[in-house]
Design a protein around this ligand. Structure first.
Ligand code: CP
Length: 313
């Protein structure tokens, strides 16, 4: 198959074949990144706008580097110094940037659906870099890329996602990607943050952390999304860490080859202890490395690239 979409808005609407096409294209770009000359001309003459209206370290910088590696011109929109602060709407902001002949808009926004909204009227491509608690598709793609690279497959693996599921766009995108690719997904955390309704997405829900991590091949930890919680969802950070944090004692109960993941930013001593975050089974920084190849693949595909067969070995 070849890629046909002008945008990447979510994982929910992608087929397993489309997800695998992105992962295979990312593998080709990862090989390009290991050459002496890491730059390719795929987006030469194109302009990419990094429109981050919410904070970001990993996603924004890796999208910028991905666009530069593809030879695009990149504009990092500075929200704090922009006319959004004077009351200009997101639509007017985007249309003014489009008037500068931008080709690809990468947007992060606190409002669910902001990328879908822009895609309705912009002529260029829109890539979702995280919209509210809805989806973070490139995070799920880089996570599944990392699992596939490390474990050799996705289908049949037991993947536990532990933490604040309710407010997590990373969780939602990962659930879609992993279940479409045949993984068995378990969600765990306090009952206030992991409601049974998530079972409708094809996952198992448990509030017993020891049981959730015991048989897992992959444990993906999520931070508490304080910025999205409107009320107190658990008594205290200390209690959350004691009851649900992946500390040394809990880590000792996991399978000897269980892989530890976290999208970042990590809160050491809360959802994960430093000994676990920095141990040999943690792939947290490899996830960041893989994010570059995955985001190169996404920019290349939404710009009209068809798939990995076009990328010279
Ligand atoms: N994982 C992730 O989205 O990190 P940033 O918020 O730093 O981009």
């Amino acid at each position: 198959m070849t890629w046909q979409r002008p945008h990447l808005l979510d994982i929910e609407s992608l087929s397993a074949e489309e997800i695998n096409l992105v992962l295979d294209t990312a593998r080709a770009f990862k090989a390009v990144g290991e050459r002496a000359i890491k730059k390719v001309p795929a987006l030469r003459g194109k302009t990419v706008i990094n429109l981050f209206v919410e904070p970001s370290t990993r996603t924004r910088t890796s999208f910028e580097l991905a666009a530069l590696r593809l030879s695009a011109d990149v504009i990092n929109f500075n929200t704090e110094a922009s006319s959004l602060k004077k009351g200009e709407t997101l639509k007017d902001t985007a249309r003014n940037l489009e008037a500068l002949n931008a080709d690809i808009f990468i947007i992060r926004h606190s409002a669910t659906g902001a990328p879908h909204f822009l895609a309705r009227f912009l002529r260029g491509s829109v890539v979702n870099a995280g919209d509210g608690a809805h989806e973070h598709p490139t995070q799920a793609l880089l996570d599944t890329f990392t699992v596939r690279e490390k474990k050799g497959r996705i289908a049949g693996l037991k993947v536990t996602i532990l933490g604040d599921i309710l407010y997590s766009r990373v969780a939602r995108s990962n659930i879609w990607a992993l279940t479409k690719l045949g993984a068995e997904v378990t969600l765990c955390g306090p009952s206030t943050l992991v409601p049974r309704a998530f079972e409708q997405m094809g996952c198992r829900v448990t509030h017993n952390v020891d049981e959730a991590i015991r048989d897992a091949d992959v444990i993906n930890l999520l931070r508490i999304q304080h910025e999205r919680q409107r009320k107190t969802m658990f008594p205290s950070i200390g209690e959350y860490a004691a009851l649900f944090g992946l500390n040394k004692a809990r880590f000792a109960q996991t399978k000897p080859d269980a892989m530890i993941m976290h999208p970042g930013p990590i809160n050491r001593g809360v959802e994960i202890d430093s000994e676990v975050a920095d141990c040999g089974r943690s792939v947290i920084l490899e996830q960041v490395t893989n994010g570059l190849a995955v985001r190169m693949a996404v920019l290349y595909l939404v710009n009209g690239g068809k798939g990995p067969h076009e990328i010279a070995a």
